[in-house]
Design a protein around this ligand. Structure first.
Ligand code: LLP
Length: 434
């Protein structure tokens, strides 16, 4: 469910007409719905009622300071993966003390920064990392809280680039070696064994792989709790969202109309399947959702530059490009594209929707059927709140897009469009070329 819908002919985010946002701030611009994020957070939390749960928002999905602050206000902590992300948490006025630090290659400087800021735990992916964290903690005279990431070898049935829980991925320690890894960790004087972590992949739309992984790991977690006094189990992120019918899926009626057995995963179904498996453990449960929390809470607004009619092919050239939203180019992912002004009297248009970047990969959709639109008209790319701006670049010297947050009838710029001066701010021509 989300808060993007047509009110009359105009697409709104909550009570805000998106055309008004585009008029004020230009395009391409990301727009996020605070109410949708709040609903997502609360539904997930309610789904696991009865457990001691801490939601750690996987901020790699969207790390805008306003988004972080909104989630912190709701009671979220963060799953972070770099010193930069940790500094964002602090800059947002949020607390790192309930947050976890993941990633396969944390540097000594990053480990130090996290310890100084009282990180809840490090999620450790290898034995050499244990040694490194132990070393840094020793130099600071503290004990570093850690959890080891277990790779449960479960097939998440998702895109190859975002599946992580199979044994041929670079992530985590296979279950059969994890006991030895904990034994080794326990011998380090500056490490405190706090928990156990897993994450099997992203954009999962069925609950089966989650159940399989939790069932596999729970007995081991119970064993480790008894042996080392662990206090938490993080079951990772990965809950998928609806991309294909994105706009319609904002309404409860769409969910009701899905045939039984084909309904995409909901936080309620996720909670109902997993809570009974986790209840008996007596451990605090951490969740690391990224996409689920923000994916359907954001759209990318774009303007049509040209409709180019080719031989047997139409191209709708828009002012957003793969540098703004790389997911279609990188994962062949689908984003629904809708007009900001709906006009049912118009003919349909079938076109490739492309950006202005000089490579063929800069294509958002092939042979997409849309309402006919022309130069200057506005479109929204749905489900762009997760891994949208966060993965954007300046390719072709295109500035980073603007970001806007909506709450009810209020909206505010939360990240101004990058200026040319900011873009080249760190660059200079060296003396030997002058
Ligand atoms: N925890 C860990 C350890 C992760 O590696 C990830 C995501 C998450 C949590 C959050 O997963 P989520 O709930 O968002 O599925 N750029 C890709 C997705 C990459 C996900 C990487 N890891 C995309 O645009 O689809």
């Amino acid at each position: 469910m989300h808060h993007f819908r047509y009110a009359g002919p105009n697409l709104h985010c909550e009570s805000v007409d998106l055309a008004e946002v585009a008029r004020l701030y230009g395009t391409p611009t990301y727009v996020y719905s605070a109410a949708t994020m709040e609903d997502n957070f609360r539904r997930l939390q309610r789904g696991l009622t009865g457990l001691d749960v801490q939601i750690c928002f996987a901020m790699k999905a969207n790390s805008n300071l306003a988004v972080l602050r909104h989630f912190a206000n709701l009671g979220a902590a963060f799953d972070l993966v770099s010193g930069g992300e940790l500094r964002r948490v602090i800059a947002a006025g949020a607390n790192a003390k309930a947050s976890v630090f993941a990633g396969v290659g944390k540097t000594e400087a990053e480990i130090k920064l996290a310890l100084e800021n009282g990180i809840f735990a490090f999620h450790v992916e290898s034995e050499p990392e244990l040694a490194r964290i132990n070393h840094v903690a020793g130099t600071l005279g503290v004990k570093a809280p850690i959890a080891i990431r277990i790779n449960p070898d479960v097939d998440a049935h998702t895109h190859a680039k975002i599946t992580t829980g199979k044994s041929d991925n670079k992530f985590g320690i296979p279950l059969k070696y994890a006991g030895a890894a904990y034994e080794a960790a326990a011998k380090y004087p500056n490490l405190a064994l706090k928990g156990l972590q897993m994450h099997i992949g992203s954009q999962l739309t069925e609950v089966g792989p989650f159940v399989e992984a939790v069932e596999k790991v729970v007995p081991f977690a119970a064993e480790l709790k008894a042996k080392f006094g662990l206090v938490y189990f993080s079951i990772g992120g990965g809950i998928g969202i609806v991309y294909r019918d994105a706009l319609a899926s904002g309404q409860p009626a769409w969910w009701d109309a899905q045939p039984a057995g084909q309904r995409p995963l909901t936080p309620e179904a996720y909670g109902a399947a997993l809570a009974p498996l986790l209840r008996g453990l007596g451990l605090k449960i951490l969740l690391e959702p990224g996409r689920f929390m923000v994916g359907n809470a954001g759209v990318l607004l774009s303007r049509v530059e040209h409709l180019k009619r080719g031989a047997g092919k139409n191209f709708l050239i828009v002012d957003a490009a793969m540098n703004d939203l790389v997911r279609p180019a990188m994962y062949e992912s689908y984003h629904e594209i809708v007009p900001l002004q709906r006009d049912t009297s118009r003919r349909a248009l079938v076109a490739d929707v492309v950006g202005p970047i000089c490579e063929s990969g800069d294509c958002f959709a092939k042979d997409r059927q849309l309402q006919e639109v022309g130069e200057g008209e506005l479109l929204a790319f749905m489900s762009a709140g997760a891994y949208g701006y966060a993965m954007a670049s300046r390719y072709n010297s295109r500035p980073m897009a603007a970001e806007v947050l909506v709450k009810g009838s209020a909206f505010e710029l939360i990240n101004a469009r990058e200026t040319f001066e900011q873009m080249i701010g760190g660059e200079k021509v060296p003396a030997f070329l002058k």
